[in-house]
Design a protein around this ligand. Structure first.
Ligand code: NDP
Length: 406
């Protein structure tokens, strides 16, 4: 765990060093980067509490069954409204010359290190909080391991759920703002933005928008109901995801990368196709499960609502474990086709930069390793949870990633 913690810092600094073409540029956080980063976090926290949205319940929490308190938490999902208000605020600040979003990429090193230090400090504070709160969920007694995995499941300040907040509001909104910063910087320098930059803006914009429009499906995911809020989630959401996953846009901006119109059109088609599969596969399963639980909320105005996102009277298996397994829609074609689509989008992010460097492909390879590890853990968990029913499900849907291939 110590190696992963140090290695994560090392890899971020290494890629920053690869990208930072000006050797005289200091990376030391300063008052501007600290106040801007903290200002963004506080602004998001305020929006998360005050803006309107839909309320949904999480799953019964593990480890709380013996306590008298409610085992299901309520989440206010106002991500979409927050996303739009944030975009309008960034545009207004730029228009009135109060804060130019391009300043962020100009001070990328300082901002990245500010975020890393913030992630580490919050991890330490939340770890102590968990110990003092004595939740004692899956604690091993090994401080390094427990610090890495966390000591508390769902820390909250008032109604603000810190884990949901970090996972959705900070990582993905910040990610797109960092890419926007690179795009605006490129526009200021060239007077236009390249096809490469347009592609990455759309690709990451679609991804961020999807996280916001489907936010009410997130409280029932593994990260929220099972993973503790430890260094792994805190550091990666406050620093790793937004700063490392946007290497493509810094690379395009610093090297003024361009791709041909043909490559742009082909990559756009692949991107939109993969996005369609990913979005509808996730919504098919989530809506199916929510309908069965009676928690489904129809959000027609959450753009875009795609055809086949909800299955009418789908075929499913009932299991002895209680939950139902969908064997219809994308889930009847392959068990993890949404991972394949997600990886395809990650590859397009890299391809938008051409073949001049390995750096833009880091996200794809990192994500590939992450998802392969996740699939393995998930299959083991499902095999244990569903037993014979899982074997039957695997017989009915034999393909994992690509039908007739694997
Ligand atoms: P899944 O959406 O595949 O969820 C897995 C769980 O769904 C299983 O544990 C099981 O849980 C349930 N399940 C499995 N098969 C079925 C079925 N046929 N019908 C109904 N329920 C089923 O995985 P994730 O939560 O990991 O991923 C969700 C999305 O998030 C994916 O699209 C993924 O690509 C993306 N993602 C993105 C990341 C990023 O950093 N960009 C990181 C991780 C994920 P149960 O016990 O409830 O049955």
């Amino acid at each position: 765990m110590t190696g992963i913690i140090l290695g994560s810092h090392g890899i971020m600094l290494y890629f920053l060093w690869c990208l930072d073409l000006d050797p005289t540029h200091s990376w030391m956080p300063n008052m501007f980067t600290v106040t801007t980063y903290l200002g963004f976090v506080v602004f998001q926290a305020v929006l998360a509490v005050v803006l309107p949205g839909v309320s949904t319940k999480g799953l019964p929490l593990p480890g709380k069954k013996d306590k008298k308190e409610s085992t299901q938490l309520t989440y206010l999902c106002n991500g979409l409204c927050t996303w739009y208000v944030t975009l309008a605020t960034v545009a207004a600040l730029y228009y009135f010359n109060l804060f130019k979003i391009s300043w962020v990429v100009e001070e990328l090193g300082r901002f990245m290190i500010t975020a890393m230090v913030f992630g580490d400090v919050v991890s330490a504070l939340v770890y102590v909080w968990g110990i003092l709160a004595q939740e004692n969920i899956r604690m091993t007694g090994n401080h390094v391991y427990d610090f890495f995995m966390g000591s508390i499941l769902n820390p909250r300040i008032g109604t603000l759920d810190l884990k949901m907040f970090a996972e959705i509001r900070i990582s993905w909104i910040l990610l797109w703002l960092l890419t926007l910063s690179s795009a605006v910087k490129q526009y200021e320098e060239l007077g236009y933005i390249t096809h490469s930059m347009i592609l990455i803006l759309i690709a990451q914009g679609l991804y961020t928008n999807a996280c916001m429009k489907g936010e009410e499906c997130i409280p029932t995911t593994w990260d929220i109901f099972y993973e503790k809020f430890g260094w792994m989630l805190i550091f990666w959401n406050f620093a790793g995801v937004p700063f490392l996953y946007t290497m493509q846009s810094y690379y395009i901006c610093t090297n003024q990368i361009e791709i041909s119109s043909t490559a742009f059109v082909v990559l756009m088609i692949v991107l939109l196709g993969a996005y369609y599969v990913w979005d509808t596969a996730n919504s098919q399963k989530n809506r199916f499960r929510m309908q069965r639980r009676g928690t489904y909320i129809e959000r027609k105005w959450a753009f875009p609502q795609l055809p086949w996102g909800t299955l009418e009277k789908p075929e499913y298996m009932t299991t002895k474990a209680g939950s139902c397994l969908l064997v219809d829609g994308w889930w009847g074609i392959a068990r993890k086709i949404h991972y394949t689509a997600d990886l395809t989008m990650a590859l397009v992010w890299g391809l938008s930069c051409g073949f001049g460097s390995f750096i833009p492909y880091l996200y794809f390879f990192f994500f590939l390793t992450h998802l392969v590890h996740r699939v393995t853990r998930d299959m083991q968990r499902c095999a244990k949870k569903y037993g014979e029913d899982w074997e039957e499900y695997c017989r009915r849907v034999p393909w994992i990633f690509i039908p007739y291939v694997y």
